[in-house]
Write a protein that binds this ligand. Structure first.
Ligand code: 5AD
Ligand code: SF4
Length: 438
């Protein structure tokens, strides 16, 4: 039996796809990159913005023909659109056989078995309040061998008014610390050098566990595992960024000097209506605190433009804040209405034209700041983790700095991904640096 999988969306979805592939391989499935050869097709969907959802529907829609020509093919929709639509997806797309929400992926082999034996389609999208992420030891058969993600929690309780995640991923659930540590140990024993702890809101890790733990405590325990060269985490809500977490940056030598801290807007009015529960002043204090603990920390962020009611001066407040912080990079998006998120009913929708204009202004300025930030590294010595040979080939190598910036360098030596090298930076470009090997 051949399995084809297509993944949209965030790293949580990437990780879920890895888990599904591993579970099915244990049942004898072979992963294929040829859709035409597949016996089972999984589309792991994302619904964060309207466009992501359209992409998922368009791929699922295009599978109808394939199903007609091969009725034995099983079509499985997973991820956030699947969770949101449930049975509705089966009604809308009768050629889909199985709809599986993020909590049910661990039962995937059984669920596929059920639809194959009964011939009936099925939606497994009920969300349980007492859901626990089962212990799971990953294999390294696919993807990169030197760096891996470890899920520490999933779901979200924040209900930012633009966001669909609390509806698709359900309430926040933290994994037990013992499960996380054993997964991390297992990865390190297999040669993994860098681990990224993953969750929708990692800073509130530990609430609801039998033995209450904070994220900072977890980070310290993972950082102490012998053999772990680098540790990262994503994503954080500024409202939960504790002084204890900031302190980790001065104490833990393998914690990378990069913090992704989504701002969303620089206007207090807009932040209030987004239900973010911090002000621009709070955000700036956090930035100052992080720089105190780690002077060379690289900050990246997420921005939404055109949230309902965003006036010109609100947008200007975002532009001013970006000048103050000078983010190393930013992901920026036009607001997208995502029912049943509350902002869908907010008045004063911003026109598509204005959203487009604001996004272009923001992105053009961020591009300049990113380049200037990259040029600040010129003359500095950086330690890199080698990613592999660069696209240019012929002794050209590519590595990543602790700040999460790609640095290309020349070397006659042959490296393996995960090796550490020292370089001096001699050029800062738009998307990368150039360095010379020391
Ligand atoms: N519209 C636009 N962007 C959104 N994001 C989340 N929800 C929406 C939405 N409805 C962005 C936020 C978040 C990132 C993952 O996606 O900036 O941090
Ligand atoms: Fe998309 Fe959010 Fe779901 Fe990730 S959690 S797949 S970003 S909707």
């Amino acid at each position: 039996m051949n399995l084809y999988i297509e993944t949209f969306g965030c790293q949580m979805n990437d990780r879920d796809s890895e888990i599904m592939v591993q579970l099915l391989e244990q049942e004898g499935y072979l992963l294929t990159t040829e859709l035409q050869e597949a016996d089972v097709v999984i589309v792991n969907t994302c619904s964060i913005r309207g466009k992501a959802e359209q992409k998922a529907y368009s791929l699922l829609g295009s599978l109808r023909r394939l199903k007609e020509s091969r009725p034995s093919l099983s079509i499985v929709a997973t991820g956030c659109v699947a969770q949101q639509e449930g049975e509705g997806m089966l009604a809308r797309m009768p050629h889909v056989d199985l709809v599986v929400g993020p909590q049910a992926i661990y039962q995937l082999p059984q669920l596929i078995n059920d639809i194959k034996t009964t011939g009936q389609s099925l939606a497994a999208t009920s969300q349980r309040q007492d859901f626990c992420i089962p212990p799971f030891l990953p294999d390294l058969k696919h993807g990169q061998g030197h760096k891996r993600f470890v899920t520490i929690m999933q779901g979200c309780n924040n209900f930012c008014t633009y966001c669909i995640v609390p509806f698709t991923r359900g309430r926040e659930v933290s994994r037990s610390k013992a499960d996380i540590i054993s997964e991390a140990r297992h990865l390190i024993a297999q040669g993994v050098k860098e681990i990224t702890l993953l969750g929708q809101n990692v800073n509130s890790y530990g609430t609801g566990l039998a033995t209450p733990t904070t994220f900072a405590e977890l980070l310290r325990e993972v950082a102490a595992l012998p053999g772990l060269e680098r540790l990262r985490f994503t994503t954080s809500n500024p409202k939960d960024l504790s002084p204890a977490l900031m302190a980790c940056f001065s104490d833990l030598t393998n914690l990378c000097h990069h913090f992704h801290l989504p701002l969303q807007s620089g206007s207090d009015q807009v932040l209030g209506r987004m239900n973010r529960r911090y002000s621009r002043g709070d955000y700036l204090s956090l930035v100052a605190g992080l720089k105190d603990s780690c002077p060379d920390i690289a900050l990246t962020t997420d921005i939404i433009v055109g949230f309902p009611g965003e006036e010109d001066d609100d947008f200007q407040a975002t532009m001013e804040l970006m000048e103050q912080v000078r983010f190393h990079a930013a992901f920026s998006f036009k607001y997208s209405s995502r029912p049943p998120a509350r902002a869908c009913d907010f008045p004063a929708k911003v026109s598509e034209e204005v959203k487009k204009e604001r996004l272009a202004i923001f992105q053009a300025r961020q591009k300049e700041i990113t380049l200037a930030r990259n040029q600040e590294y010129v003359g500095q010595e950086l330690e890199l983790m080698v990613e592999g040979e660069s696209r240019a080939g012929q002794g050209q190598w590519s590595g990543r700095s602790s700040h999460n910036i790609i640095v290309n360098f020349h070397s006659p030596v042959t490296y393996s991904p995960g090796d550490m090298v020292q370089v001096r930076v001699n050029e800062g470009l738009q998307n990368s640096l150039r360095g010379e090997l020391l």
